[in-house]
Design a protein around this ligand. Structure first.
Ligand SMILES: NC(=O)C1=CN([C@@H]2O[C@H](COP(=O)(O)OP(=O)(O)OC[C@H]3O[C@@H](n4cnc5c(N)ncnc54)[C@H](O)[C@@H]3O)[C@@H](O)[C@H]2O)C=CC1
Ligand SMILES: O=C(O)[C@@H]1CCC=N1
Length: 261
């Protein structure tokens, strides 16, 4: 499978790493168009993918991912369409540019998708939400799905739910990172070595997440299993709730959602 990708920054780079790490796609089957910065060139030193500024070369790939910043998606598509001699599926991973906006540039029948992955795709443990254009063929859908599945779970969702999906799955890792950093700081405050503190925090978060996924238990039930009556955990939970822990989390997601309007 030959893949084209515009942008090898945080998201594009994470996808490239995941594809190569999956052992299903070799670096020479990935064609990258970078920006003016050095991000793609730097990554190429570790992963020897092909790089080009010649947009004609994108006629040789099976699908083209766009991982440039949101405001650049439509200008990039507008430029690219002049060079494509066939309807090669275009998948934007950008938050905030719906399929309908891309259709305005490419037309209603062009095969398009908006996919929102997250950074864990680089270790093949991502979750990607995807919306396909209505007229896209089943063959194109399967090819795109297969390609993204190499990076983790893929969920097809409706266009009206892609923003909340992207907020939860795509922005969420940063929430968890801040949480783990704060946990680490708290442990350091109490004398734990910082490196060990971050390892413990990350292992605790991944173990708790896996427990919920494997047991399919409600998170409240899992929490109840940790909070012994009169014990230490419930004291900590009470302090978190006093500081508005849940509301702060809901507010973080809600603020991102308001920013799409
Ligand atoms: N970072 C994340 O975790 C996620 C990002 N996204 C989406 O991915 C998109 C990119 O975000 P990031 O990777 O975080 O930004 P970034 O700034 O790290 O990467 C963008 C890359 O595009 C390159 N670029 C600029 N103009 C270009 C052009 N004309 N042709 C080819 N490459 C060009 C830049 O040099 C840069 O390396 C955004 O639209 C964002 O919504 C979606 C889900 C998660
Ligand atoms: O912060 C951003 O705009 C992107 C969208 C999803 C995750 N990062």
């Amino acid at each position: 499978m030959k893949i084209g990708i515009f942008g090898a920054g945080h998201m594009g780079g994470a996808m490239i790493k995941g594809w190569v790490r999956s052992n299903n796609i070799s670096p020479e089957d990935i064609l990258v168009k970078g920006g003016k910065g050095k991000t793609a060139k730097l990554l190429q030193q570790d992963i020897p993918f092909l790089m080009t500024d010649d947009l004609n070369k994108f006629n040789e790939v099976e699908m083209i991912f766009l991982a440039v910043k949101t405001p650049l998606i439509l200008p990039v598509i507008n430029d690219l369409k002049k060079y494509l001699t066939q309807n090669i599926p275009i998948i934007s991973v950008s938050a905030g540019v719906p399929v309908s906006n891309m259709q305005e540039v490419l037309g209603d029948t062009y095969p398009i998708a908006q996919a929102i992955p997250n950074t864990p795709v680089q270790i093949n443990q991502g979750i990607t939400g995807i919306v396909y254009s209505q007229s896209i063929s089943n063959l194109d859908k399967i090819a795109i799905y297969d390609c993204l599945s190499l990076l983790g779970i893929v969920e097809e969702i409706s266009e009206d739910k892609i923003d909340i999906f992207g907020t939860l799955a795509g922005c969420g890792p940063a929430f968890v990172d801040v949480f783990m950093e704060a946990l680490g700081d708290a442990a350091v405050l109490h004398g734990m070595d910082r490196e060990l503190a971050y390892t413990v925090a990350a292992k605790m978060v991944s173990g708790s997440a896996n427990l919920m996924l494997e047991t399919k238990k409600h998170p409240g039930e899992l929490k109840d299993g940790v909070t012994s009556p009169g014990g230490t955990t419930i004291k900590g939970i009470a302090a978190l709730e006093k500081e508005g822990f849940r509301y702060a989390t809901i507010s973080g997601i809600d603020t991102i959602m308001q920013s799409y309007k």
